[in-house]
Design a protein around this ligand. Structure first.
Ligand SMILES: [Zn+2]
Length: 572
């Protein structure tokens, strides 16, 4: 009998392959072998912790779900449901489980919850007449046992394909922590790869090979896989940045680095470590990367120096914050080491000769009448359009490129990061009341496509609060949203159907709200904006009579309303 028990345990270990398998990577700060694999299949990742994303760092692991939805999601450890959030975007359908050891696990982009949780949520959704909802159940409302199936995996919210987003947070501070620090094992035999090295001249007289604007430095690969640059001549305060990615075993996805270090003459001068951060620091990713290069080329360069206004805690304390002062006549050896969680690494060596020289290629700044002084409030007006930037909206002083041509305002270009929102105001005193009703503020992207910006309407002016830079204008929307029945027709018997599906869309200002009613009472229609679809679960209700009216109302962002009324038959 004893032998059989051992075999069962061995099988279980293989089953939960990836989690709790040995303590090789566990960190003394965090309990090992506590959290189990939240899926019943071996762990393969498409995203790592701390990975650089648009305007944020990735706060968990993205676990592959075999390219499909509907896999069982199990509680990673026992605890209770402390939070449920359902949103059209972001985490979509998400559940938070608080554990007695001071940590909370988070499961996001779900398809649906288990019966008990689903019933609890629906009751609240019907009470609030809203699909989007946020709930904070008490510790005794929804207790969860270890490995209990809590949900089915999905693709809800801002997810670009089926997967499970899994997070571990410190319950008190809500800081997400790299789940791998809890001893989670992910096979990774591949080295990170560094693609691009950029040099930055950061003081008045500084240059790299006589160039003072950011310059790409070519690299040669050595036999052991490491990289070396040609000897460069430089002077003054300089810094470096790289583009790199890591691949794990079993997947082609390009993931983030765990650790990035820079040494100068053997001394550590910079270190980034993807261990834990606070959500309030997310915006500093725009200082960690070369924001202008990302805006222009969509390539993320991770800088190995830290500007004084960058308060990110993913950096470890280091000398001079990664700025290197090159003196005339001295030699330097710079090493940049990119590591994954397993310690696989790739290294760049950059030999530098200090040489004071005249600069041949300069980074020139265009001077405009609109000088931004980051320490003060800055406000400029032109042809009835006003921009107002609160103190510390920007990280640096610069000259704003502000123009108004053919009623289109150009508020610089999206090459400068903002720390706060600013206000953009349009004078609308020349428009009639009817015109004003249909007007909204739109941003226009590089391809000329317009997008609704939340427009606040006052009598004589409209304004929006935004972090976007670029082109803006006023656009009129007098077209109603569209509503189309998808899986049923008017006057149809629906005894054997499980759902009602309706397509809704609006090509102009976009959908602001929707409402579904059956026989005059609100019904829960789940909205999936990626599919422009509303879905009603016919099993939500018992129908005692046969003939029913479904009414769907959709309102766009300027208040145009579309309504559809249909009759269906169902008795059960
Ligand atoms: Zn994710």
């Amino acid at each position: 009998m004893k032998v059989r028990k051992v075999i069962v345990i061995l099988i279980l270990c293989c089953y939960f392959n990836g989690f709790s398998q040995g303590n090789a990577n566990s960190n003394p700060l965090y309990p090992a072998n506590y959290f189990n694999n939240p899926l019943e299949i071996p762990l393969v990742l498409s995203g790592t912790f701390g990975e650089l994303r648009s305007n944020h760092f990735h706060s968990g692991l993205d676990i592959k779900t075999e390219g499909r939805e509907g896999l069982n999601v199990v509680a990673s450890a026992a605890g209770y449901v402390s939070r449920i959030k359902i949103a059209h975007w972001g985490y979509g359908k998400a559940i938070y489980i608080t554990h007695p050891n001071g940590y909370t696990s988070v499961y996001a982009h779900l398809k649906k919850f288990n019966k008990r949780i689903e019933a609890y949520i629906k009751k609240q959704q019907y009470a609030k007449e809203s699909f989007e909802i946020q709930l904070f159940p008490s510790a005794t409302t929804l207790p969860i046992s270890e490995n209990e199936i809590i949900a089915l995996s999905g693709n809800s919210g801002g997810s670009g394909g089926p997967h499970l987003h899994f997070e571990i947070r410190d319950t008190k501070t809500e800081k997400p922590i790299n789940p791998m620090l809890f001893g989670i094992n992910i096979n990774d035999s591949k080295k990170p790869r560094i693609n691009t090295l950029i040099g930055y001249s950061l003081s008045e007289e500084a240059h790299i090979n006589k160039i003072s604007k950011p310059t790409q430095i070519s690299l040669v690969q050595l036999e052991n896989g490491d990289l070396i640059s040609k000897n460069i001549d430089a002077f003054g305060k300089i810094g470096f940045g790289i583009n790199a990615y890591d691949q794990l075993d079993g997947a082609y996805n390009k993931n983030g680095l765990y650790n990035l270090e820079m040494k100068v003459n053997g001394e550590k001068m910079h270190e980034f470590n993807a261990s834990s951060f606070s959500f309030s620091e997310s915006k500093y990713i725009n200082l960690l990367i070369d924001y202008e290069r990302f805006a222009n080329l969509k390539q993320r360069i991770q800088k190995c120096f830290v500007e004084p206004s960058n308060k990110l805690s993913l950096y470890k304390k280091s000398n001079e914050n990664g700025y290197i002062n090159i003196e005339d006549g001295l030699n330097y050896n710079v090493e940049i080491i990119a590591k994954d969680f397993k310690g696989n690494s790739q290294r760049i060596t950059i030999p530098i000769s200090g040489k004071k020289d005249s600069i041949l290629v300069k980074d020139t700044e265009t001077i405009t009448p609109y000088e931004i002084n980051r320490d003060t409030f800055n406000k400029f007006s032109l042809n009835g359009i006003t921009v107002a930037f609160p103190k510390n909206t920007f990280y640096n002083d610069f000259y704003l490129d502000f123009e108004v041509k053919d009623s289109i305002a150009k508020v610089h270009s999206p090459t400068v990061p903002l720390h706060k929102n600013y206000t953009l105001t349009f004078d609308v005193s020349n428009y009639s009341e009817i015109e004003k009703k249909q007007l909204y503020i739109a941003s226009i992207n590089e391809k000329g496509r317009s997008q609704y910006e939340t427009t606040v309407k006052k009598d004589l002016s409209f304004y929006t609060s935004t972090k976007k830079l670029g082109k803006f204008t006023l656009i009129s929307d007098n077209v109603k949203p569209k509503i189309k029945l998808l899986n049923f027709k008017n006057e149809q018997w629906l005894t054997n159907s499980n759902s009602l599906k309706v397509k809704i869309s609006d090509n102009e200002s976009g959908i602001k709200s929707y409402r579904g009613e059956i026989d005059g009472a609100w019904i829960l229609m789940e909205y999936e904006p990626k599919k422009n679809m509303l879905v009603y679960d016919l099993n939500d209700k018992t129908f005692s009579t046969a003939k029913h009216n479904l009414k769907v109302t959709v309102t766009d962002n300027v208040g145009n309303v579309a309504t559809i009324n249909t009759t269906f038959f169902r008795k059960k």
